[in-house]
Design a protein around this ligand. Structure first.
Ligand code: HQG
Length: 178
């Protein structure tokens, strides 16, 4: 299996559906690498520990972390299953960005950004990254979020291990539309 497919597989089981291969995540989202490799293998997805380490190391968005002793792995963000990543609240930069597509804009104007299936709304520190996020769905539309203003109004922000800014919801009054 190539690294990209292993990464997609890891996203599925470490964020959304560990039960698919019969593993479980602890309350902080970690699972044992040996169990993961063995369970994946029993489901026809075969890779060894060295390959797993290489996928984590080389992943384009640094989606996964290994524990310091290398025995456990978790996804850095993007979960739909309940996990506590124990992220500390952070002071955001003045502006953050969100890449979306035209068909969602009217609803976002009315309702703001909602987290949907995920734990948080995902925001990017720069427009290039936001553009890549939007491009997954079509021609990107970049929304600018007045994060300092939001923070001053009492909203909390977090940063995942891989640099994604997270917040519960972005009310429409803090969004600048293009
Ligand atoms: C939209 C990927 C209508 C929102 C990316 C987005 C990111 C609304 C979609 C990470 C809305 C949700 C997250 C509202 C939000 N009405 N549409 N009120 N509020 N939306 O995938 O931010 O590759 O859950 O604009 O790179 O696109 O998985 O969130 O289009 O970092 O590591 O609803 O996923 O990373 O989609 O992407 P998502 P996202 P990974």
């Amino acid at each position: 299996m190539n690294p990209k497919d292993i990464s997609k597989f890891l996203s599925l089981v470490l964020r959304h559906d560990p039960g698919k291969i019969g593993i479980s995540l602890d309350e902080n989202g970690w699972t044992d690498c040996r169990d993961l490799i063995a369970s994946a293998g029993r489901h026809g997805i075969k890779f060894d520990y060295e390959t797993l380490v290489e996928v984590v190391r080389s992943n384009d968005k640094q989606r996964f972390s290994l524990s310091d002793d290398g025995k456990h792995i978790r996804a850095n963000q993007g979960h739909s299953v309940t996990v506590d990543l124990a992220l500390e609240p952070q002071v955001p930069p003045a502006m953050l960005y969100h890449g979306t597509v035209t068909k969602f804009v009217e609803s976002i104007r009315a309702n703001g950004l909602c987290k949907g299936e995920r734990h948080h709304v995902h925001l990017s520190a720069d427009r290039v990254t936001a553009s890549k996020v939007g491009e997954r769905r079509g021609k990107p539309v970049i929304l600018s979020i007045r994060a300092t203003e939001m923070f001053a109004a009492g909203h909390s922000f977090y940063v995942s291990e891989n640099g994604v800014w997270l917040t519960d919801a972005v009310p429409p009054e803090f969004i600048d539309f293009p």
